[in-house]
Design a protein. Structure first.
Lengths: 440, 95
C-alpha cells in the first residue's frame, strides 16, 4: 500500500520535503496542510515587496500547477490535534487525515511587544504576507512610524517604510545596531547607511508606552519621558517556534521540537523541520534553532529523504551562512555570532542561526576596510572560523569554502594579523576563488 | 586612456559575456523572485537557481539585470566549460 505522508506547514521545509519524497516514491500520497492563507511564498521576499522591488504576484516560487505536477495535495487549513496512537491529524475544518509518516514544520511566529498600548490600531509587524499588505495599505496615509526591535526584520521594515515615503524613527535600546553579531565598525556602517536613506536613529532609547487616540496609535513614550508623535509602531523583537501542536501531542520539546540527527521527534513516525525543529549542532551536545530559509530547505530535504526511505541520513548543520542586505549593503555572515540575543531582541530574529559559533577567547578577530567593502575574520588556531563580508561580495564565496572545509590557513595567518592587512587580497591570493567566478 | 585601450577592454568584456552563463549559488537563494522579474527575456531565473543549474537558455542575453538586482548577490557570470555547447540541443556556438 502506498505510504501516506502528511506535512503540516506550507513553508519551505514542507515544500522541500514534498519534492524529495516525490522524487523517491512516485506512488506515495503526499498532503501539505498549512494555515497560511496565501500558501507557499518567499517570506524573505516580503522585505523587497515592501520596498517596491518586486510585485506581490512574483513572491510565489510554486504555482498551483507545480503542486499538481508533483501530485501533492495542498490544503489551506489548520491542524488542531495530532492523534499519535491512531496516526491521524484532526483539522480545524473538522476533516481528519491519516498518516504513515508525519512532518511537523509549523515554523515560527513573531514575538509581540509587551508594552501598554500594544493593542491599539496601528501597531504592526512584518511576519507574513498579510502583514506586508497591511503595512503597504497603511503607508498610504501614515506620515510617521516608529520601529523598535533588532536583527534584520527591524531594518527591513524601516527601509521599506522609508521607500514608501514615511518619516521613520528607529529606536535602539543600547548604543549600536545588532551589537551581539556585528563589530562596532560594521554597526556604524549600517547606521550611517540608514541615516543616508532617511531613517532617524535614536540610540539608548527604549519604548515604554504606545499612546492612542480613539483607539489608534498617536505616538510613543520613551523611557526618559520623551514623546514622539507617530501613526505606526512597528515591532520586530524576534520569533518563537510554533511548537504547541507538538507539545499537546506529547512530543519532547524545549524551545522547539526536539529531533535527533535524522530529524525524527520522540515519536518514530513523526519528523520536524524548519524553524520549529531544535537540532543538536553536528558533533556537539548543543541544541540550536536556525531561523534561516536555506536551513529550512536543507532540513526539509533530509526529513523527506528519511520519511520516504528509512531514517539513516543525518542532517548536518554544517556552516550555515546568511546573506542579507542592510541599509543597501549586502552582508554575508558565515559561522560567526556574538553572544546572546542583544538588547533589542527577545527571540532569534529571522535570518539568525544559533549554530554560528560564538567568538571565543581563543579566537583572534581581524578586520579590514577597503574601497569596495569591509571584511572581518574570526581566526582559529589554523583555520578561519567565521567571517562577515559587507559590500562587495566577491570574497565571501572563497571564504565560505575555506570556512566550510576548515582549510589550513597557517600560511597566511601572520599576514592576516599585520596592521593594515588587506584581508580580501590575501585571501584571494591564497584561495584563487570559486571556479565559477569569471575574472574579466 | 587611449581609444584603442577602451576598445580592447570592451572587446574582452563582451567576449567574456558572450561565452558566459549566469551561475547561481543556490544555498544563498531565498526565492524572492526579483531575478525572474527583472529578466527582459522572461526567463524563470529563480527556477534555474532552485534546480541548482546555470541559466543555460538560448534566450539569455547575459544582460546582467538579474546579476545586478539580486539582493543577495548570489548570481555571477561564469565561463562555459570548454567542450560544452552554449545552446541545449548541441548547436555549435560561434563566438
Amino acid at each position: 500500500m502506498a505510504r501516506r505522508h502528511l506535512l503540516i506547514g506550507s513553508g519551505p521545509a514542507s515544500v522541500a520535503a514534498a519534492e524529495m519524497i516525490r522524487r523517491l516514491d512516485d506512488r506515495a500520497e503526499i498532503t501539505i496542510v498549512g494555515d497560511e492563507p496565501h500558501g507557499y511564498y518567499s517570506r524573505p521576499g516580503l522585505a523587497y515587496y515592501l520596498a517596491k522591488e518586486v510585485p506581490e504576484d512574483r513572491l510565489f516560487p510554486f504555482a498551483r500547477k507545480d503542486f499538481e505536477r508533483l501530485n501533492v495535495e495542498l490544503l489551506i487549513d489548520r491542524a488542531a490535534r495530532i492523534d499519535r496512537a491512531a496516526h491521524r491529524v484532526k483539522l480545524e475544518s473538522g476533516r481528519d487525515l491519516p498518516y504513515d509518516r508525519l512532518l511537523v514544520a509549523t515554523g515560527s511566529q513573531a514575538i509581540s511587544a509587551a508594552v501598554p498600548g500594544v493593542e491599539l490600531d496601528g501597531v504592526v509587524k512584518l511576519d507574513n504576507l498579510d502583514d506586508a499588505r497591511d503595512l503597504i495599505r497603511r503607508s498610504r496615509d501614515a506620515k510617521t512610524a516608529v520601529v523598535v526591535g533588532g536583527g534584520i526584520t527591524a531594518l527591513e521594515i524601516a527601509e521599506g517604510l522609508v521607500a514608501r515615503r514615511l518619516r521613520v524613527h528607529y529606536f535602539m535600546r543600547k548604543g549600536r545596531y545588532w551589537s551581539n553579531v556585528l563589530s562596532e565598525a560594521e554597526s556604524r556602517i549600517v547606521e550611517q547607511g540608514l541615516r543616508e536613506r532617511g531613517v532617524e536613529i535614536h540610540d539608548h532609547t527604549e519604548l515604554v508606552r504606545i499612546l492612542g487616540e480613539n483607539g489608534r496609535v498617536a505616538g510613543v513614550e520613551t523611557a526618559d519621558g520623551t514623546r514622539i508623535d507617530c501613526d505606526l509602531v512597528a515591532v520586530a523583537l524576534g520569533v518563537r517556534p510554533q511548537k504547541e501542536l507538538a507539545e499537546a501531542a506529547g512530543l519532547d520539546c524545549e524551545r522547539g521540537i526536539l529531533v535527533d540527527e535524522h530529524l525524527r521527534s520522540s515519536d518514530s513516525d513523526i519528523f520536524a523541520a524548519g524553524d520549529v525543529a531544535e537540532v543538536c549542532q553536528t558533533g556537539t551536545e548543543r541544541r540550536t534553532l536556525e531561523i534561516l530559509w536555506n536551513s529550512a530547505l536543507a532540513k526539509g530535504r533530509i526529513a523527506g529523504l528519511n520519511m520516504a526511505t528509512e531514517p539513516r541520513h543525518a542532517y548536518d548543520s554544517g556552516t550555515p551562512l546568511n546573506v542579507t542586505r542592510l541599509a543597501g549593503f549586502e552582508i554575508t555572515i558565515i559561522g560567526l555570532v556574538g553572544s546572546g540575543l542583544g538588547a533589542d531582541l527577545q527571540g532569534p530574529s529571522r535570518g539568525d542561526s544559533e549554530t554560528w559559533k560564538p567568538v571565543g577567547e581563543d579566537e583572534v578577530v581581524v578586520e579590514s576596510h577597503g574601497e569596495t567593502g569591509h571584511v572581518r575574520l574570526s581566526l582559529g588556531e589554523n583555520t578561519i572560523a567565521g567571517a562577515v563580508v559587507m559590500g562587495d561580495q566577491e570574497i565571501s564565496f572563497p571564504l565560505h569554502e575555506i570556512i566550510r572545509e576548515r582549510a589550513d590557513v597557517s600560511d597566511i595567518l601572520t599576514k592576516l594579523q599585520e596592521p593594515a592587512a588587506r584581508i580580501a587580497e590575501i585571501v584571494h591570493e591564497f584561495w584563487p576563488g570559486s571556479k565559477a567566478a569569471l575574472s574579466v | 586612456m587611449t581609444p584603442s585601450k577602451w576598445f580592447k577592454t570592451d572587446r574582452a568584456e563582451l567576449a567574456a559575456l558572450a561565452t558566459a552563463w549566469v551561475v547561481p549559488e543556490p544555498t544563498r537563494c531565498v526565492q524572492c523572485g526579483i531575478c525572474s522579474f527583472s529578466c527582459p527575456m522572461g526567463i524563470d531565473v529563480r527556477r534555474h537557481v532552485w534546480l541548482g543549474e546555470p541559466v543555460r537558455d538560448k534566450h539569455c542575453l547575459t544582460c546582467g539585470e538579474c546579476v545586478a538586482r539580486c539582493p543577495r548577490k548570489l548570481l555571477r557570470f561564469g565561463r562555459i566549460p570548454s567542450g560544452v555547447s552554449a545552446r541545449p540541443g548541441g548547436e555549435a556556438f560561434h563566438g
